[in-house]
Design a protein around this ligand. Sequence first.
Ligand SMILES: *Cc1c(COP(=O)(O)O)cnc(C)c1O
Length: 390
Amino acid sequence: MNKFTRLRNILAERKQTHQYRRPRIADSAQQPRMQIDGQPVLAFCSNDYLGLANHPAVIKAFQEAANEYGVGSGAAHLINGHSKPHQALEEALAEFTGRDRALLFSTGYMANLGVVSALMQRGDTVHQDRLNHASLLDAARLSGARLVRYKHNDMAHLRKRLSLTTHDTGQAMILADGIFSMDGDTAPVHELASIAAQTDSWLMIDDAHGFGVLGEHGAGLLEQEQLTQNDVPILMATLGKGLGTAGAFVAGSHELIEYLIQTARTFIYTTAQPPAIAAATLTSLKLVQNEPWRRERLQQFIRQFRRGAEQLGLPLMKSQTAIQPILVGDSGKALQMAQTLEQQGILVTAIRPPTVPPHTARLRITLSAAHTTAEVDQLLETLGSLQKPD
Ligand SMILES: *Cc1c(COP(=O)(O)O)cnc(C)c1O
């Protein structure tokens, strides 16, 4: 059999099961009104929750740092790629999150792979929420530890799994998304913290969707829930979503960060992000701290959307965050709804298995502080018109 036959078969199967995807081409900056594949669209699918990806001050900081430091960092952090903006950003992130120290990674995916594979090994057990992000699942696999998945947000199930698997030699780690990326609901972080303390397990919260968006000052879910470094020893968050730039960081104790610098392979063996990205992120971080109106505006749109969707009788999910999925079930139907919306100038992604469990295809709607009240109304009206029989 020709080696390409398997590829052809898998691709054909993906098409048949409505799982085939292709990238669209954007010809404008990341913002609600974009030019995509040559068409103007109003987008409700971005993770740029605060409208910072195309903010003039962030762009300016990027340009100025590029003038001073050039574009490429040239090397890994431990060689000579760790610049002053990288250092300043790590210090600012540690202070902002109330942790001893923070360590930058090039992407969130790499941060997760790096931390879990550095701390866990064969003989250990990693407990994960069943709906965790793919990068956390891959991280556990890479570590060689045993991967155990507990039912979504089911703390009794987690306790049971822990009691069955904790043994004398191996260590345990609990991993959860702070806000679940495809559902928008929140992990029970207080309970997770007390279970981790009781069982002497590591606890890591991936706050990719909460950082910048939640908490009085925008430091994320753990700020909102007032959980310290003692409660949650490993905080990971990304910078490409609420902060509108790119990259990720891990924050925790001096000892944890020192250990990661020595052992996290996705930190050691990769080129540092361009210094200009770090400089832009520092400016973005200041906007997060100094402009709470962005978070308030986002909350206002979340309320507006949920109220409107309820009136239309749309099947909302249990989310109070910027991620507001509408459950459809069938992949083909979700895809068709997304296509109809796109014909009417609204871009929403149909999320299908294997990204979500079978028969739970959905329209993943995300809101941003950069939207307007009229735009959220336009989305609601268009969704309403989809429901009417033709
Ligand atoms: C987006 C995301 C990541 C990956 O972060 P990148 O910086 O995009 O690689 C990790 N975890 C969660 C929960 C995410 O939503």
